[in-house]
Design a protein around this ligand. Structure first.
Ligand SMILES: [Fe+2]
Length: 258
C-alpha cells in the first residue's frame, strides 16, 4: 500500500500509511495533520514519513518547524513514535502512560494524552473523547479497543484509531447501497471493565458521541480506511447502528458482572 496524504478539508490532512502484521499482511495505519487557527500545526498519531508524503508534510509545515505538538492517541500504536519525534524535534510530545513506559528516553510532556487538561488547551478547535466502561490500557497487549478519539470542529473530521473501524463492504453489498459499515473494534468484550455498570457507561458514552459528533462529515479510522463526505447525520446514524450491533456483547457482560 503506497503512502498517501489526503486533504480531507482546508485545514485537515489524513496520512494513510502502511502497517504490516507480522511483517506480512498490510492493514495500514494513519496519522493526521491539522492546521490550527493560529497557523501552527499539530499531528495526531505518529507515522514514519517518507517519499512524497514526507516532502508534502514538510512543505506545509515549514520543514516541520510549524508543528507545535504530536499527540499519540492510541496506547498500543507505538512503532512510529521515535521517528516522529526525530522528524519534529521541536514539537511537544504527548502520549499515554504506555508510550512513556515503552520509550522512557523520549522527552514526553508531563500531561498525558488522556488528560482533560491537555484537551482543554485546544478548546473550540478540537474535542476529545475516551470510551467509558472499558480499559484505556488493557493488561492484555492484544486488546486495542480504547483510544483517545479526536474531532476537529472546523473540518467536521473525526480521527479514530481502532475504537471505531470503517469497513469497506464487498461488491454485492455496495451494489445494494451499503458501501461501508462503521463498527466498534471486535475486542469490546475483553475491553469492558469487569465491574457492575460498565456496560451502561459504555452505552451512554457511545450514545453521547453519536449525538455530539453525529454531524461529522469525515471519519478517518486507522487500518481500515477513511470515509469522507458523509451526508448530514450519517455519522450519528452509523455510530448508533454500530452500538446496536454490540448489544449481545453488552448483554452477556451484564449477565456476568451486573
Ligand atoms: Fe490498531
Amino acid at each position: 500500500m503506497a503512502d498517501q496524504l489526503i486533504q480531507v478539508d482546508h485545514d485537515f490532512w489524513n496520512i494513510r500509511g502502511s502497517f504490516r502484521i507480522g511483517g506480512v499482511v498490510d492493514i495500514g495505519t494513519q496519522a493526521s495533520l491539522i492546521r490550527l487557527q493560529s497557523g501552527r500545526f499539530i499531528l495526531l498519531d505518529s507515522y514514519g514519513l517518507k517519499g512524497k508524503v514526507r516532502e508534502a508534510v514538510m512543505a506545509l509545515t515549514d520543514q516541520g518547524r510549524a508543528v507545535e505538538a504530536i499527540l499519540n492517541l492510541h496506547p498500543f500504536h507505538t512503532v512510529h513514535c521515535e521517528q516522529m519525534h526525530r522528524d519534529f524535534p521541536g514539537a511537544a510530545l504527548y502520549g499515554s502512560d504506555r508510550h512513556v513506559k515503552l520509550f522512557p528516553n523520549l522527552p514526553w510532556r508531563d500531561l498525558r494524552v488522556d488528560d482533560p487538561e491537555l484537551h482543554a488547551q485546544f478548546e473550540g478547535e478540537l474535542e476529545f473523547s475516551i470510551p467509558r466502561g472499558v480499559d484505556f490500557i488493557s493488561d492484555n497487549d492484544a486488546i486495542h479497543f480504547s483510544s483517545v478519539m479526536a474531532y476537529h470542529v472546523p473540518s467536521l473530521a473525526l480521527h479514530v484509531d481502532d475504537t471505531l473501524m470503517v469497513m469497506n463492504m464487498p461488491a454485492p453489498l455496495k451494489l445494494v447501497g451499503i458501501p461501508y459499515r462503521l463498527s466498534f473494534h471486535p475486542t469490546l468484550a475483553q475491553a469492558l471493565e469487569k465491574r457492575a455498570g460498565a456496560t451502561e457507561d459504555f452505552d451512554l458514552w457511545a450514545t453521547d458521541i453519536a449525538t455530539r459528533w453525529g454531524s461529522a462529515a469525515h471519519i478517518c479510522a486507522a487500518h481500515t480506511g477513511a470515509k469522507l463526505n458523509l451526508s448530514e447525520g450519517e455519522a450519528g446514524e452509523a455510530i448508533r447502528y454500530a452500538l446496536k450491533r454490540t448489544r449481545p456483547t453488552l448483554a452477556k457482560h451484564k449477565r456476568k458482572y451486573g
